[in-house]
Design a protein around this ligand. Structure first.
Ligand SMILES: *Cc1c(COP(=O)(O)O)cnc(C)c1O
Length: 347
């Protein structure tokens, strides 16, 4: 008999909140449809859990970065609704694309030629309007290699949509508009999650939210519209009472000034709880903040139990995952807080 392994870590995905966030972003997208960025295992929250929820909410266009991410998604989604942002950089990838049926996002003239030479078929085209990562340059879209493509979605990506000042986004929008009439395509797409909040000019036919689906708040003006999706808890492994002068953890960076109760908790940097979330941060018992003491270890942290001295071994503590607050507190981005969640949450 196979039994579920017991765990001292819990990641709970609120499926209702995830579906509600997609619907909110779809509504904010106006006449455009909202798709869903599901790369990096749905930003760390799990394709298996999240993709069916997004599909049932109404999403029809899914984006991953790597070909290695496709197989898990197409268990739930028609392959022609799954796009691979990194495109095709080798014949091996083209063969895989053909076999699995997902759609490459062509990012360069070389990729365009390679895709055609490999037999072609529907693809998307990324035009780089200023982020300078992936995509063909606006002055390359007239090339015959582009004319020969069967382009479904013509897209570009905003570099600074999360900034209050929209000057860079407006420049990218202007460039994207000059490209649109030059390329044969069925649909156009520019906005990521933050870009949706920039208004209807940015929506075109399809938007591509990611972080905001999973409860991140990419712009202050989106606060209050998106619900927290990821809830994280860790169990107490042991409690003890420190004597004045006792030092906690590697290098003894916290030294008790008085006798105090503390708890050792099953959570460490291998779980994505990085050292920058340490001193100054806290875990929670209900509304009570339990300050972190000393360095974060690979598998453990120690918290001050003075405000909740009755807690014991096996009790669960909440790891703060209000993403805006946690990002401010830890100097990590909301994206990093989600995608850093470790494998031990998956069991
Ligand atoms: C990751 C990504 C998205 C989603 O961005 P968010 O900021 O998470 O909304 C959209 N488009 C492209 C090309 C991406 O790489």
């Amino acid at each position: 008999m196979i039994v579920e392994p017991p765990s001292t870590l819990r990641l709970t995905v609120n499926r209702e909140a995830l579906a509600a966030n997609w619907r909110t972003l779809d509504t904010m997208s106006g006449t455009a449809d909202a798709g869903a960025a599901v790369k990096a295992d749905c930003y760390g929250l799990g394709v298996e859990t999240c993709v069916p929820v997004l599909r049932d909410a109404g999403a029809r266009a899914f984006f991953v970065a790597h070909w290695s991410e496709v197989a898990d998604v197409v268990r739930h989604i028609d392959p022609e609704q799954v796009a691979v942002l990194h495109g095709v950089i080798s014949d091996e990838e083209i063969a895989y694309a053909k076999a699995i049926g997902a759609i490459p996002v062509i990012n360069s003239l070389d990729q365009a030629r390679r895709w055609r030479a490999g037999g072609g078929g529907p693809c998307h085209l990324m035009v780089d309007t200023g982020i300078n990562r992936l995509g063909v340059a606006p002055n390359e879209v007239g090339d015959e290699a582009i004319a020969a493509l069967d382009i479904d979605v013509l897209m570009s990506h905003l570099s600074s949509a999360d900034e209050e000042d929209d000057a860079v986004s407006r420049l990218q929008l202007t460039t994207f508009r000059t490209v649109i009439p030059q390329v044969r395509h069925r649909a156009a797409s520019l906005a990521n999650g933050a870009g949706i909040a920039l208004g209807p000019d940015y929506a075109f036919d399809l938007t591509r939210p990611g972080l905001a689906l999973y409860g991140g708040v990419p712009r202050a003006d989106m606060a209050g519209q998106l619900r927290q999706v990821a809830f994280v808890e860790a169990a107490i492994l042991q409690t003890r009472t420190l004597q004045a002068g006792d030092a906690v953890g590697y290098n003894g960076e916290f030294v008790a000034q008085n006798d105090m109760p503390v708890a050792t908790v099953s959570l460490g940097y291998a779980d994505g709880f990085l050292r920058s979330r340490g001193p100054g941060g806290a875990l929670l018992h209900g509304d009570i903040a339990l300050p972190l003491l000393g360095k974060v270890s690979m598998d453990m942290v120690v918290v001050d139990l003075s405000q909740a001295p009755d807690l014991e071994e096996g009790d669960w503590l909440t790891v703060p995952y209000d993403l805006r607050d946690a990002a401010q507190q830890s100097a990590l981005s909301q994206y990093e807080l989600l995608t850093a969640l470790g494998r031990r949450f998956r069991s």
